[in-house]
Design a protein around this ligand. Structure first.
Ligand code: NAI
Ligand code: MG
Length: 491
């Protein structure tokens, strides 16, 4: 038999390399029919409820409380009581024990939380499992370490807790944003009333169970659910000493107006329209991975997303070719499938906002590219999208889309890159890709953004402060800087 004949009889090479379904089991999560508010260590029945759904299937998951101003008032009173009667006077080392406990319980229950987060928010399980949960636990570990070292963090300034903190968080990283808010507040000796976003309340409500397991004194952490009305009631409550808000610039501005002159402390972490700048000497394949991670991670529902790609003209064709090829390999679909790269859009409202801005991009003359992909019939979905031929004045180059949509612009010189990158009302983050260390430093000095990543993107560490300026807000979360908004000083 000749070589050729022998080959013919062998099993043919596969022609398709599709992934088989690999769904994570939902069994690890037990949903209740109705969730109450968590106030003073007890469940408080709400006077009004709404239904929370899974955005990938539109399936109803549970009934959730819509907290009235009176219910918010009970939560603030419980937080005040816990602050005045024990928590604020506890030695830092004792507070640290609770935070370490919470961190360990989050690690132990990580799979349950990851599945719940993907179910309620639509993000791929790969991300909730490998990013949201490890980082949330890391924040508690990190701030547990500061609790008994505040005197060293702020030498000779006699740091003291501020009091009751009202914390309002968004839906893109529900548990992680909870950790960013609660860990530093508790480490500094404050008590909190936290309001999760209306579309993603479930992980915060499961967190109440962690609080109980850790035997945290009642009233130190209170969770009230509901929409913007509940948030507004928390902001305007007289007995709240500090507001920490993450969300839209529009609501952030309204809160700032509301609090002006009240003496209440405020930190705002708002939107962004980050530039991801690729120089012609960059390692292009790595840059493509960074671009994809920058804008398609978490369906682009990321305040620091690299939503404006600035490419040096000489490598434009080559880079766009590579990017389009990479996009065709992204798997869009079931958030609970372990192979999914891009999950569901968080809500119908957010999907409509993305669709509106994408329509505006086409209308204004940008060229759209979407890789072929079949989107599920039920639920809220949007294909990964790239716009080329984008002018700086287009809405898709100016406004935060908060979806898997990238706008590509070009530049010739480093000066032009800086000018275009800074041509935004925001200032949260930026990315720089180049082989030259000196150019990284040159760019970092000039980019007006709170975080500048070099040859990487969307990297987070609890030890590193995060936050913006201009319309991206003010105040820092993470690191030693993240303690300061929760402390007052004898000065
Ligand atoms: P949003 O700012 O309305 O919601 C964020 C949080 O604020 C939620 O918990 C919400 O219930 C609460 N809230 C709403 N109105 C309030 C008020 N008057 N007083 C106090 N709290 C209030 O954001 P939304 O409507 O969900 O998204 C709109 C756009 O905002 C998105 O398309 C995106 O561009 C941006 N956004 C930015 C985020 C970020 O991480 N920086 C997070 C979420 C949204
Ligand atoms: Mg809103």
């Amino acid at each position: 038999m000749t070589e050729v004949e022998r080959r013919k009889s062998a099993t043919p090479a596969p022609t398709s390399w599709d992934y088989a379904p690999a769904p994570e089991s939902r069994e690890v999560v037990t949903l209740r029919e109705r969730y109450d508010h968590y106030v003073g260590g007890e469940w408080l029945a709400p006077s009004e409820t709404y239904t929370t759904i899974s955005p990938s299937s539109e399936e109803s998951l549970a009934e959730i409380g819509q907290a009235s101003p009176e219910e918010v008032g009970l939560a603030v009173a419980a937080a005040r009581d816990a602050f005045a009667n024990g928590w604020s006077a506890l030695p830092g080392a004792e507070r640290a024990k609770y935070l370490f406990r919470i961190a360990r319980i989050l690690q132990e229950r990580a799979r349950e939380f990851a599945v719940l987060e993907s179910l309620n928010g639509g993000k791929p399980i790969k991300e909730s499992r490998d990013v949201d949960l490890p980082l949330a636990a890391a924040h508690f570990f990190y701030y547990a370490g500061w609790a008994d070292k505040l005197e060293y963090a702020f030498p000779n300034r006699r740091p003291k807790p501020v009091g009751v903190a009202g914390q309002i968080i968004p839906w893109n990283f529900p548990l992680l944003m909870l950790a960013w808010k609660i860990a530093p507040a508790l480490a500094c000796g404050n008590t909190v009333v936290l309001k999760p976003a209306e579309t993603t309340p479930l992980s915060a409500l499961l967190f109440c169970d962690v609080v109980r397991q850790a035997e945290l004194p009642p009233g130190v952490v209170n969770i009230v659910t509901g929409d913007g009305r509940t948030g507004a009631a928390l902001v305007t409550h007289d007995d709240v000493d500090k507001i920490a808000f993450t969300g839209s610039t529009e609501v952030g501005k309204a809160i700032q107006r509301e609090l002006a002159g009240s003496g209440k402390r405020l930190t705002l972490e708002l939107g962004g329209k980050a530039a991801n700048v690729i120089f012609d000497d960059a390692a292009l394949d790595q840059a493509v991975e960074g671009i994809v991670n920058g804008i398609y991670f978490n369906q682009g529902h990321v305040c620091c997303a690299g939503s404006r790609l600035l490419v040096q003209e000489s490598i434009y064709e080559q880079l766009i070719g590579k990017l389009k090829r990479r996009l065709s390999t992204l798997r869009v679909g079931d958030p609970l499938d372990k192979n999914t790269d891009v999950g569901a859009i968080n809500s119908k409202l957010q999907l409509e906002k993305i669709e509106e801005l994408v329509a505006a991009g086409k209308e204004e003359g940008a060229e759209i590219y979407q890789p072929p992909c079949t989107l599920p019939e039920k639920g809220y979905w949007f294909a990964p999208t790239v716009f080329t031929n984008v002018a700086q004045s287009y809405r898709i180059a100016q406004e935060e889309i908060f979806g898997p949509v990238l706008s590509v612009l070009t530049f010739r010189t480093p000066d032009e890159a800086v000018e275009k990158a800074n041509n935004t009302m925001y200032g949260l983050s930026a990315g720089v890709w180049t082989e030259k260390g000196s150019r990284i430093l040159w760019m970092a000095e000039r980019l007006r953004a709170g975080v500048v990543w070099a040859n990487t993107y969307n990297r987070f560490d609890p030890a590193s402060p995060f936050g913006g300026y201009r319309e991206s807000g003010f105040g820092r979360e993470g690191g030693r800087h993240g303690l300061e908004p929760y402390l007052k000083f004898d000065e």
